[in-house]
Design a protein around this ligand. Structure first.
Ligand SMILES: Cc1cc2nc3c(=O)[nH]c(=O)nc-3n(C[C@H](O)[C@H](O)[C@H](O)COP(=O)(O)O)c2cc1C
Length: 360
């Protein structure tokens, strides 16, 4: 099954492998993508990665979270991105731009000294208390996301992925921990999901019905019982997934964790099959509630786990980030039967501000 094609909306994906969004720390200071980012994606495409998801690209400079992060907030970025999608499309791979606003996890700079989020809930990992967004700021941000999607389409991307995971703005909205609003943007699951639905509707108005919109969705904020904090529940995530499906989202990638809950998203030391695919139960819950492809990410490392995830109905596609950093050719190696698992040891030293690399 791993090498069987699958369709995401009308997009034909050659196999079940996804390169999960991975920030490369390789953009210019202003967010312009560089040919070095294109080098990485072209190498993945030449090695038959079915779907490549770019690093997170900010839709407004106030939503930048990291140094050398790529942006998509201005039309001047369309041309350099076009050069990247052109390089990928020399092969059969598809490429989707992940778009994000950093929200509560935006970084403070001289130009953008204030961090905005749905509610003023202090982030204990950074010590930052964001400022609650006004209604007009929310509407402007919806417009920023829609313009980002328009640019992505003009640049030749096969779709966009809305980043609704890992503690950034859209993940802040869906979580009752970070969203304490009592207006139409907070409270019920439907209200907490409203910003995403309005972004999708605005994208449809701006670029039409045919651009595939994918979502990377948190299934948990990842707090443990000792913290006393109650975040997004998997049951909420199932409801959100259903709302997204009803609003033309064509695939959901299931993830988890926010900065405040520690190493939940990219768990370290995945050294046994039991530790692999750590969000798989949540993916199964979502998969049984929707009819669009479900992509699972998080600690997937061996062929037998990959196969069983597909066979046993946990997911339709397997997505990886860290393994592709040291082994961009891993899909080819698996296809040719040269390996039974990836060589990544999940040490997390690849989070390198000098440009991602594997130190193992
Ligand atoms: C260096 C690095 C950068 C990442 N950047 C992003 C990102 O831009 N957007 C995103 O959604 N996830 C990002 N992630 C998370 C991964 O996409 C993935 O969800 C997580 O690492 C678990 O998958 P893995 O075990 O295959 O690495 C990043 C992970 C790493 C290691």
């Amino acid at each position: 099954m791993l090498f069987e094609p699958i369709k995401i909306a009308d997009l034909e994906i050659q196999n079940r492998f996804v390169r999960s969004a991975t920030h490369e720390w390789l953009a210019e200071d202003d967010g312009a993508p560089t040919p070095m980012i294109g080098d990485i994606y072209e190498e993945l495409a030449s090695n038959e990665v079915g779907l490549i998801i770019t690093g997170y690209s900010y839709v407004n400079p106030s939503g930048k979270s990291s140094e050398f992060q790529q942006g998509i907030y201005d039309d001047r970025f369309i041309e350099p991105y076009r050069q990247i999608t052109f390089r990928v499309h020399k092969y059969k791979s598809k490429i989707v731009l992940q778009i994000v606003h950093g929200g509560r996890q935006s970084r403070i700079s001289t130009e953008d000294p204030v961090v905005f989020a749905p509610s003023a809930v202090t982030d204990s990992s950074s010590g930052i208390t964001p400022v609650e967004m006004s209604e007009s700021h929310i509407l402007e941000t919806i417009e920023d996301f829609a313009n980002a999607a328009r640019r992505a389409k003009e640049a030749g991307f096969d779709g966009v992925q809305l980043h609704c995971a890992h503690g950034f703005l859209l993940s802040n909205f869906i979580s009752p921990y970070t969203n304490r609003r009592t207006d139409r943007w907070g409270g019920t699951v439907e209200n907490r999901t409203r910003i995403i639905v309005e972004i999708i509707q605005r994208i449809r108005e701006m670029v039409g019905a045919d651009l595939p919109i994918l979502v990377k969705l948190n299934s948990t904020d990842g707090f443990d019982a000792i913290s006393g904090k109650v975040g997004l529940t998997p049951e909420d995530a199932v409801e959100i997934a259903k709302i997204l499906e009803n609003n033309t989202v064509c695939a959901i990638e299931v993830s988890g964790g926010i900065m405040e809950s520690g190493e939940v998203m990219s768990q370290p030391a995945i050294d046994s099959m039991e530790k692999e695919a750590y969000f798989k139960q949540y993916a199964r819950m979502i998969k049984s509630a929707v009819n669009i492809p479900v992509i699972l990410v998080g600690g997937i490392r061996t062929r037998s786990v990959m196969e069983s995830l597909l066979k046993e109905g946990y997911a339709d596609m397997v997505s990886m980030s860290r393994p592709f950093i040291n082994e961009p050719e891993l899909v080819m190696k698996l296809k040719q039967g040269k390996i039974e698992g990836v060589s990544c040891v999940s040490c997390n030293r690849c989070f390198d501000p000098n440009g991602i690399k594997c130190y193992h």
